[in-house]
Design a protein around this ligand. Structure first.
Ligand SMILES: Cc1cc2nc3c(=O)[nH]c(=O)nc-3n(C[C@H](O)[C@H](O)[C@H](O)COP(=O)(O)OP(=O)(O)OC[C@H]3O[C@@H](n4cnc5c(N)ncnc54)[C@H](O)[C@@H]3O)c2cc1C
Length: 439
């Protein structure tokens, strides 16, 4: 059988790997000139690094088992994580639940309330009950306005923007928190995070190599312009600048929903309205390559609205600086609408907007510490998961026979991640085979 895969990110490569391992003819089409999609990399001092910070949790089972299957388990290293929040001129550590008791921006009573509400979330089994309630409403009801304003709101505002933060579903917070709780050995255990030596590209390259060894062709810089279901049950696609037409037994598309909506002919109005309902935030990253550390925290949430970025992720505080020529790597992160002024800025302008604020995090910071910087914009980085989100999730089976959609907007209630993309890609490969009645 002949399969077309649109997108060479985690989803597309995982689907292609399973199909090609079973001896099927597979062609992967990727509009960018690189593989890895949202987890793609660039080089720092001869070592690859993700354009957006990446790590794995201990319970990222789908991707960890794929890594084992590919014989790559030895490249994963596990590191103790360190998490903090910057607020009122201080970095507050959030390594264990006990650290919450030292979070002085809240009164002691509020710290206890916040701890109890986190425990309550941990023991909720049925996330569906939280679906129709916004995180704002639930958190204020179960703590109070002050706790929400000082802790939760900056995080939600940062991730989903001014226009969306108060409509995010509580089920999303539940998904995020239960994943993180479950990745710890017990309530008081410190979190450990995984990172592959040599970056996530090790996995993507190995997947691509395995596919190619099974005669899969990977076409980079090749956009799919149009998808059409034929009466025969085959799928026809218009491919690349030449707009050449090719017919497949089945196609799996990992494109964002709005792109799929634009390029696909013959979808039902109901399905189209689900696709149109998915909104995405874009991510914008400034990556500083520095001659010394900025802080001693890996993941620093910024809960100070005078600072124009929402996260400082100091990658080398997780994995060490040796493999990057003793350079220290700091991501300054934002999630923005593509129409936002800061998303539209060039690298130099954004860098100049951000740099003065680094002195708030480390008063000794000097611009000379920055040896070089990189600037990346990642469109469609985070689906906006508002209340009753599940009602509008487009189905994987698109209503066009043998055409499947598998993208990050369909990962729910967990937060999207490479683990879920790999799981989804493999599930789609199995479903496509099952529907074609192939074992
Ligand atoms: C800033 C940031 C930090 C993250 N941190 C983590 C983390 O710590 N851990 C983790 O596991 N995950 C993390 N993620 C999420 C993770 O990167 C994604 O969930 C995952 O990579 C998505 O893979 P995908 O294949 O589903 O989609 P994508 O990676 O988006 O791949 C889809 C591909 O389709 C291609 N495409 C689109 N349209 C067309 C077309 N018409 N024709 C051909 N090709 C097309 C795109 O170019 C793209 O390469 C992070 C994401 C971001 C943005």
């Amino acid at each position: 059988m002949k399969f077309g895969i649109i997108g060479a990110g985690a989803t597309g490569l995982a689907a292609a790997y399973d199909l090609s391992s079973k001896g099927h003819e597979v062609k992967i089409f990727e509009s960018s000139d690189f593989i890895g999609g949202h987890a793609s990399t660039f080089e720092v001092a001869g070592t690859e690094l993700e354009k957006g910070y990446h790590h794995w949790f201990t319970n990222d089972e789908d991707i960890l088992s794929l890594i084992n299957e590919m014989g790559l388990h030895e490249i994963i290293e596990w590191f103790p994580s360190s998490v903090g929040t910057y607020q009122d001129g201080h970095i507050y550590s959030f390594l264990t639940p006990l650290d919450l008791m030292k979070f002085s921006p809240l009164s002691l009573l509020n710290r206890v309330k916040m701890g109890l509400s986190s425990l309550k979330i941990r023991y909720i089994k049925d996330w569906q009950k939280l679906e129709s309630i916004s995180a704002k409403e639930w958190l204020i009801q179960n703590t109070n306005q002050e706790i929400y304003d000082s802790f939760w709101q900056p995080m939600l505002r940062g991730k989903f923007g001014e226009e969306n933060h108060d409509k995010i579903s509580m089920a999303w917070i539940w998904g995020k928190m239960t994943t993180r709780f479950a990745s710890r050995r017990n309530l008081f255990a410190k979190e450990v995070l995984g990172y592959p030596r040599g970056s996530f590209s090790q996995l993507f390259r190995k997947l691509a190599e395995s596919c190619e060894n099974n005669a899969t062709e990977i076409f980079l810089a090749t956009r799919i312009n149009r998808i059409k279901g034929l009466d025969s049950g085959h799928i026809s696609m218009s491919i690349g600048q030449q707009e050449s037409e090719e017919v497949f037994d089945a196609v799996i598309s990992s494109t964002p929903s709005h792109i799929f909506n634009t390029i696909t002919e013959g979808l039902s109005e109901k399905y189209r309205s689900k696709l149109a309902n998915v909104n995405y935030m874009a991510a914008v990253l400034i990556i500083l390559i520095m001659d010394r550390p900025l802080s001693d925290v890996y993941w620093l949430n910024i809960a100070d609205r005078s600072i124009p970025f929402i996260g400082v992720i100091e990658h080398t505080n997780l994995v060490g600086s040796e493999i990057y020529g003793d350079n220290h790597i700091v991501y300054l992160s934002n999630y923005l609408a593509e129409t936002d002024l800061m998303y539209k800025m060039g690298g130099e302008e954004l860098l100049n907007t951000y740099l003065p604020h680094l002195k708030k995090i480390n008063p000794n910071f000097k611009r000379e510490w920055v040896k070089e910087y990189h600037h990346y914009k990642i469109p469609n980085a985070q689906p906006v998961v508002d209340t009753n989100y599940s009602i509008n999730i487009p189905e994987h089976e698109t209503g066009i026979q043998n055409l499947y959609l598998a993208n990050t907007s369909q990962v729910y209630p967990q937060d999207r991640g490479t683990n879920y993309s790999v799981g989804m890609g493999r599930k789609m490969a199995a479903l496509a085979l099952q529907n074609l009645k192939i074992k």
